[in-house]
Ligand binder design. Structure first.
Ligand code: HQG
Length: 181
């Protein structure tokens, strides 16, 4: 499979495993899982046939490890980024002292006022390093990188989760924990 095709299929999977499972007749189970067999059947029925081998290649090759199989290999889920109601059953974890968030300069006035909000997702997404944050922010043009005093927010009761692919998740980041504003 070439990169272009892998990206196209990965986007199709992201759309349905995070946002619109019902559009291809799927329902996410607890933890966000769907059966691999059901997923492949649904993809085929909806004009995007994917073989098991291609699916394995996409999961293994995803630059951000967007998807994961369960331990039996019979179920799959998106590791983060959902907008549908789903309990990923992640365990709270202690974050590194500093995390990063890449955003667009246009969002800055609102972020100064309200801090980082989860917007349409379940959590605010934070990156473990500046480079990753830069890539996230660059999706919206010239990126602006904010630092997050994760240790401070954690000490103040902020609950952090690690998504399994290095993305840190938190309900919100009040402005006083942000640097680079
Ligand atoms: C901004 C992708 C105004 C926030 C990425 C961001 C990531 C505010 C946008 C993952 C705000 C939300 C998540 C406020 C936050 N006022 N704007 N108070 N608070 N924002 O896409 O973090 O490729 O929901 O800065 O790589 O950009 O899909 O979040 O710009 O890991 O796997 O509102 O999605 O991963 O945008 O990206 P998003 P994000 P995938």
């Amino acid at each position: 499979m070439d990169t272009k095709q892998a990206t196209r299929l990965s986007k199709f999977l992201s759309l349905h495993l995070r946002h619109k499972p019902d559009a291809i007749g799927l329902q996410l189970q607890e933890g966000g899982w769907v059966s691999v067999a059901d997923l492949l059947a649904a993809c085929a029925t909806h004009g995007t046939p994917i073989s098991r081998e291609e699916l394995a290649e996409i999961v293994a090759g995803s630059d951000k490890q967007r998807f994961a199989f369960d331990e039996t290999g019979t179920r799959i889920r998106a590791q983060q980024g959902h907008s549908v109601a789903v309990d990923l059953q992640l365990k709270p974890a202690t974050p590194p002292a500093v995390l990063y968030h890449g955003t667009a300069p246009a969002a800055l006035p609102a972020i100064r006022r309200e801090g980082l909000q989860k917007m349409s997702r379940h959590h605010v997404h934070l990156s473990p390093d500046e480079e990753t944050a830069r890539r996230v922010g660059a999706r919206r043009g010239q990126p602006l990188i904010l630092t997050v005093d994760a240790a401070g927010l954690h000490a103040a009761g902020g609950v952090f989760y690690e998504s399994g692919n290095g993305v840190w998740l938190v309900e919100a980041v009040p402005p006083e924990y942000l640097g680079g504003l």
